[in-house]
Every structure is written in structure tokens, then in C-alpha cells.
Ligand binder design. Structure first.
Ligand code: GDP
Length: 390
């Protein structure tokens, strides 16, 4: 091989190596020039919906969209949701309750309607009630009362037996308890509702739904995002607020929940709102630190205005676990009302009875779905009628 040929080959090799290096550099550079992930995703989505755009060189892409027209003048930034009218909503929720609880009622009716109520049948009645989370003590009391009454009043008439069952169930749910929501303050200060419970039970949803109902009654509502552990929780609350027309007071992520509660109530006072609803953190309910913190939120908030309601949110589908949570929470704050969510997801509505007995506090609201209007006031007679499929 001649020297010239060797030289030519060497130059060619150098060009190839240099070219590869440059290509690598360019590709590295273009890597760096990639948009952040969210934008990248959008690009990927665009590429899926408009694959032809992928073929074009970036430089040659001309704007294909027409220039945006002048915006419509003064379009409202948020459209406020109006809740469904109360009558229709309650009827719909009642039907939903009957659907989820009907099997319990039908089971009881079938047993009570038997010709002979022997010991085995009473045992079956007990098992049915305990299986529906009514709790052992409440079941035994209820069965005792039913036995006595049906013995005295006779059971031949199934209509009468059903009426007795209804009356005794209503008595067990205790219609004498005051179930009104304490959302009104005295002496010109706002009512303060503190919403507590384990995460995932439906606290934030409950705050949003209560705010929605109050706003629809022309009350001015302010929300406090005292769950400072999760930014997502505050975002979720704020979104609810924007939907229903209530401002949200937030603190820095990881900040002091008590100070957010304090600020919310302070602002509520200054602005003369009717009700401040404070959403709190509820992870690790067994960790004493967090529970102490909840007590602190209440104490600090009360430097501004008395707390008029402490609502404990319990997920009805968690049964005994829910009761344990109820006990723990009631030790650190004076729970004044219970919200039982997700009753639509369980046939074990007896938890209503068990939790009221456990805390001596009334169930005030029940959640019957994920929708904005799926929260209903708890009415014992309606609840029992839904059980019995009236
Ligand atoms: P938080 O962590 O306690 O604030 O709980 P969230 O308010 O975020 O609710 C947790 C989940 O439960 C969400 O998906 C809600 O839509 C859902 N949820 C809340 N209440 C109900 C209810 O009554 N029924 C059903 N089926 N789902 C509910």
C-alpha cells in the first residue's frame, strides 16, 4: 500500500470517528434540550394523535393553528356548582341506602316472620345483626326487647311483627340524639367545624360537601387546610372550595397544622364569614405525636373562636377497625358528631348503631357515594325504613 493511500485511509477514518463523536454530541445536546417530562408527555400524546407532525423538521414547522381570537370579555373564571335540590337528593340517597342495606332488613324480616320463633331462630337473628356490625351488646339488648314484645304481643301477624321490629330498631338507633350540625357561632364569631379522621376515610370530600350545602343556604364559608403533611390534600380542598365558592387558607407544606387552623379562623372572624371548616391530617392515627397535634389544633383554634363541632369521619366499610379509630380519636378531641362515609359500599349498616354506642355521640351525616351531592343528614327513621325496604 502506498503512503498516499495510507494517508487517505487515515483521513477517512478520522472523519468517520469525528463524525460519530459529533453525532453523539448533537444527540446529547438534543437530550438536554428536551422539554420537562410533562411537556414531553404532551408531545408524545401529540405524536400519537398527529403522527404526521413527527415527520417534519422542527425548523420547518409553521404554526398551523390560527391566531387565537380576542378572548370573550369578562368570562367568569370559575363556574360555581349548584347542589341538587334537597328533596330529590334525599330521595335518591334513600334509595341508594335501601339498595345497600336491603339484604340485612330482608334477612331480619324473613326470620321474624317465621311461624315459630324458637331459640334457633333467635340465634339466627342475633347472628344476622352481629354480622351487620351492630355489635354484640346492642344486638343482645335488641333481641331481648324483641323477644319480650313479640311474646307478649304475639307474632301471628307478620305486619305487626314487622312494626315491632321497626320500632325497636329505631329505638336502638336512638332518635332522641341531637343531630344538628353545629355550624353557627355565637356572639358574632364564625361557627368552627373541625373535621378529623384517618386519611382515606373521606374527610376532605366531607368538608367539600358540607361547604357546598352551607353555601347553597347562602352561608359564607371559609376552609382551612390544616393537613399540611400532604400538599395534594390542600390542593384537593382548594379545588372543592373553588367549586363551591369558598376560599381556602393554606400553610406551607410541612408547616404547623395548628397555625393554619388558627389563621383560618382568624381570617374567618375578620371577614365575618358564617362558618370555618378545618380539614386536618389523619395519618398514623396510632402515633401519639400526631394525635397530640390534633388536640393542639383544637386548643390553638379556640384562642380565636370556640369549636362548634368536631366531626369524626369513619369509613363504614372498615367495621371493627373503624370503631377502634373512633375510640382513639375521641380520646384526644371531644368528638361531637360522626360522619359515616361509604355506606353505599357495605351492607353492614349496623356500624351506625355500634359507633354511636361506642362514643355516645350521634351519627350526623352519612356518605352514600363519591358524588358532590352524595352526603345526607342521618335520620334514624329513614335509615330503618331503608333497612326494611319501606
Ligand atoms: P381523606 O384522605 O380522609 O381526606 O379522604 P378523601 O376525602 O380524599 O376520600 C377518599 C376517597 O373516598 C375518595 O376517592 C372519595 O371519593 C371516596 N369517598 C368519600 N366518601 C365516600 C362515600 O360516601 N362513598 C364512596 N363510595 N366513596 C367515598
Amino acid at each position: 500500500m502506498s503512503d498516499t493511500l495510507i494517508l487517505v485511509l487515515a483521513i477517512a477514518a478520522a472523519v468517520v470517528v469525528l463524525g460519530g463523536g459529533l453525532a453523539l454530541l448533537v444527540s446529547r445536546r438534543s437530550d438536554r434540550a428536551l422539554p420537562p417530562p410533562a411537556e414531553a408527555d404532551e408531545l408524545t400524546r401529540d405524536a400519537i394523535t398527529h403522527p404526521e407532525q413527527d415527520q417534519r423538521e422542527p425548523e420547518t414547522v409553521e404554526p398551523v393553528l390560527p391566531e387565537p381570537e380576542e378572548p370573550e370579555p369578562a368570562a367568569p373564571t370559575t363556574t360555581l356548582d349548584r347542589p341538587e335540590p334537597a328533596a330529590g337528593r334525599l330521595q335518591r340517597l334513600r334509595e341508594r341506602l335501601s339498595r345497600s342495606q336491603g339484604t340485612l332488613g330482608r334477612g331480619l324480616m324473613a326470620l321474624i316472620g317465621r311461624d315459630r320463633l324458637d331459640d334457633d331462630t333467635w340465634e339466627e337473628i342475633e347472628d344476622t345483626l352481629i354480622g351487620a356490625d351492630v355489635g354484640v351488646a346492642a344486638t343482645q339488648e335488641l333481641v331481648e326487647r324483641l323477644r319480650t314484645r313479640l311474646r307478649v304481643e304475639g307474632v301471628e301477624d307478620p305486619v305487626r311483627a314487622r312494626a315491632v321490629l321497626r320500632e325497636e330498631l329505631v329505638a336502638t338507633v336512638d332518635p332522641s340524639m341531637d343531630r344538628e350540625l353545629g355550624s353557627t357561632g355565637a356572639d358574632g364569631v364564625p361557627g368552627v367545624v373541625l373535621v378529623v379522621g384517618v386519611n382515606g376515610t373521606g374527610k376532605t370530600t366531607t368538608v367539600g360537601r358540607i361547604a357546598r350545602v352551607l353555601v347553597s343556604e347562602d352561608r359564607r364559608v371559609l376552609l382551612g387546610a390544616a393537613d399540611t403533611f400532604r400538599a395534594a390534600a390542600a390542593d384537593q380542598l382548594q379545588t372543592w372550595g373553588e367549586r363551591v365558592g369558598a376560599d381556602t387558607v393554606r400553610g406551607p407544606e410541612g408547616g404547623d397544622p395548628a397555625s393554619v387552623g388558627f389563621e383560618a379562623v382568624k381570617r374567618g372572624r375578620e371577614e365575618g364569614v358564617d362558618t370555618v371548616i378545618v380539614d386536618t391530617a389523619g395519618r398514623l392515627h396510632t402515633k401519639s405525636g400526631l394525635m397530640d397535634e390534633l388536640g393542639k389544633v383544637k386548643r390553638v383554634v379556640e384562642k380565636q373562636a370556640p369549636v362548634t363541632e368536631v366531626l369524626l369521619v369513619i369509613d363504614a366499610t372498615t367495621g371493627q377497625n373503624g370503631l377502634t379509630q373512633a375510640r382513639v380519636f375521641s380520646e384526644v378531641v371531644d368528638v361531637t358528631g360522626i360522619v359515616l362515609t361509604k355506606l353505599d359500599g357495605t351492607a353492614k349498616g349496623g356500624i351506625v348503631i355500634a359507633v354511636q354506642r361506642e362514643l355516645g355521640v350521634p351519627v350526623k351525616l352519612v356518605g352514600l357515594g363519591e358524588g358532590a351531592d352524595d352526603l345526607a343528614p342521618f335520620v334514624p327513621e329513614d335509615f330503618v325504613d331503608a333497612l326494611l325496604g319501606e
